[in-house]
Ligand binder design. Structure first.
Ligand code: TYD
Length: 205
């Protein structure tokens, strides 16, 4: 957890859950509504490793375990070179995806429990968010239109996506400071909730 006023907030969810739009909205509220400085960031990052990962998202040329280990390595750099320095300056940090993605997408790609647990153990060594918001969309209602050719994880079958959603829910249940927000096409309701979560974090600072 971040110290003092600085807070680490993470938005999580399946592809098409609206994370990126809501992260931008929350950033705007924190900066213009609450008057705090904020770093809006995302994973995979824009580092060389992040770009290498992105280069492998159209077709899975790498073993899925290798992929999630790479996402984890990208995160290790992200934490040490961007997240912690920003928090140390007293800034808020919003990350569009963090380690729940690694575990949930490990499940999506059918990794064994042993591998999932190993990934979770490494990822739990990183700074833990002050708040993780899981934007919960039913995979049957997943909005992937207008994205052109879909990435490899977006093309997975519905049953695997349902298992991934259950994994997100399981992670939320076993992790402190995690809130599930059901996304039923009502963006305004989600925004109101995000604003109230940020206000609550400020009160606790
Ligand atoms: P995504 O958030 O969709 O990035 P962008 O919107 O810029 O394309 O992330 C790309 C994909 O990577 C997405 O399908 C989720 C997946 N992913 C993992 O499998 N593990 C991870 O740890 C992370 C961060 C993402």
């Amino acid at each position: 957890m971040a110290v003092g006023k600085a807070k680490l907030v993470v938005l999580e969810g399946i592809d098409g859950s609206g994370k990126t739009t809501q992260a931008a909205f929350l950033n705007d509220y924190i900066v213009n509504g609450l008057g705090m400085e904020c770093l809006l960031t995302a994973e995979p990052t824009k580092s060389k490793l992040g770009l290498y990962i992105r280069g492998n998202l159209m077709d899975l040329k790498l073993n899925p375990y290798t992929m999630q280990l790479l996402f984890t390595a990208d995160r290790a750099e992200h934490v040490s070179s961007e997240i912690i320095p920003a928090l140390n300056k007293g800034m808020w940090v919003i990350s569009d995806r963090y380690y729940f993605s690694t575990i949930a997408y490990a499940v999506l790609t059918g990794l064994a429990e042993k591998q999932r647990d190993a990934l979770l153990a490494v990822n739990r060594t990183f700074i833990q968010p002050d708040l993780t918001v899981f934007l919960d969309v039913d995979p049957r209602k997943q909005l992937l239109g207008g994205r052109g050719r879909l990435e490899v994880f977006e093309r997975m079958d519905l049953e695997s996506k349902i298992r991934m959603r259950e994994e997100y829910a399981r992670l939320c249940a076993i992790t402190p400071n995690c809130i599930t927000v059901k996304v039923d096409n009502n963006k305004e309701e989600v925004r109101t909730l995000l604003r109230s979560f940020a206000d609550e974090l400020i009160r606790k600072a």
